[in-house]
Design a protein around this ligand. Sequence first.
Ligand code: ATP
Ligand code: MG
Length: 413
Amino acid sequence: MTQPTTSAQMPLSLPPACLGVMGGGQLARMFIQAAHQMGYQTAVLDPDPACPAASLTHHFVHAKYDDALGLKKLAQTSQAVTTEFENVPQSSLEILARSLWVSPPSKAVGISQDRALEKAAITQAGFDVAPYQTLSLRSQVNAQTQNLLPGILKTTRMGYDGKGQQRLNNIEQLQLALDADPDSPKRATYVLEKQLPLLAECSVVIARSFDDQVVHLPVQLNVHRAGILFSTTVIPNWIEQTLCDELILASTQLAKALNYVGVLCVEFFVLEKAQNSTDSKYHWVINEIAPRPHNSAHHSLNSCSVSQFELQVRTLAKLPLTQPTQHSPCLMLNLMGEMWLRGGAQQVEPHWDEILRLPGTHLHLYGKHEARIGRKMGHLNITAPDASKALATFDACCNILGVEPGDHKPLLF
Ligand code: ATP
Ligand code: MG
C-alpha cells in the first residue's frame, strides 16, 4: 500500500482508533468524553500531569507543546490530532501534520494566535472588524489614534478571557500603558481597538469537514462580565432570524476563506445602526475567531442532537457531518472560581444538591481542585420546555450560587 503523501490524504479513523489532542484542559476533557462515547481511544499531550483531561485519557504524554520527543510520542500513538486551544505552537502542528491528519490546519491556528493577523484575515475575507491600529511604542501614536479612544488595548498574542486587555479613555492613558510595559525592550505588540457600543454579543460554532460539508449550531447570545463569558442563551426564535442567517453565512464563508477544517467559533459584536440608516436596524462586526470548540457552545451538550465536541470528533475522524438540531431551549452559566470562595479565603463546594433538585439542570465540572477568582471550574446547562421556565431556573441557580442573574432579553428588532 502506498503511504499517503499529504495530511489531506490521510484516511478515515474508525473506532477504536486513537484520536490525539494537544492540550489537556476542559475542552480536551469534553472532546475525549465525546470520543470515548463513540468508541475511540484518546491521547493527550500537556505539560501539566494534573490537567483536567489527564485522568480520563487512555494515553497521556507529559511534555511541553514544542517538545520533539513528546510530539513524536503523540504522533506514534494517534491516528489524527486536534488541538484544544489556539496557543499551541504552529510549528508543532506542522510537525504532526507531516505524518498525521491534523485538524484544524496549522495555518488557521497561527492566524488566530495573533490578533493583528486575525483581523487582517477577517477583513480580507470581506468582513468588518472594530476599527483598530497595531501599536507597540509611544512613537507610533498618531493622528488616527485619537479616533480609537475610548478604546481597548489588547496584546496581539496570548490573550484570553479578557487577559492582556486594558480599557483606556485618552491619549495620556494610552501613552502610559505603552511606557509601562515591563517587558521592554522585548515589548509586547498590541492592537488598540475602538470601544464599540454593543447591543449584543453573539457567536456561531460551525464545523467543516475535509470534503466541504458545513453544519452549524444555533446562534448563541452571550453575556460577558469583566471580559469573561458569564452566560449563553440559546432559545428558538430568541434572536432575529435575518441576523441569525447573516451570522451563519458569514461564519461559513470565513471558514472557507481560511481553508478551515474542524470546529470553528466566530464571535460577533452586534451594534445599533445610526438613526438615519434606511436599511436594517443593526450592524455587526466580527470580534475574533477560536479554532476549536468554544465556551459559548457548551450548551450543545444538553440542548442539541450533536454537541460541538462530537462535531470535533467527526471532523477529526473524517466522518460525515449531519446538521445538529436543537431539542431544548437552554441557558449556560459558567461556574467561576469565585462561587467556591464566597466564605472568604476558605474554599467551599457550592450546594450542587440544591441546584440539581431543579428540573433541567445539567452540571459539568472540570475536575479542577483549586478554585481561583476568574478560573472556569465548570458550567451549568439549564434546559426547559420553554423560555420562561429556563429563565426562571437560571435565576434560581444564580441565587443559590450567589451571583446576580442579570436581564436576559430576546434580540429582536
Ligand atoms: P475570550 O478568549 O474569552 O473570547 P479574549 O480575551 O480573546 O476573550 P475579547 O473577545 O477580545 O477577549 O474581549 C472580551 C470581551 O470584552 C468581549 O466579549 C466584549 O465583551 C469586550 N470587548 C472586547 N473588545 C471590545 C470592543 N472593541 N468594544 C466593546 N467591547 C469589547
Ligand atoms: Mg472573545
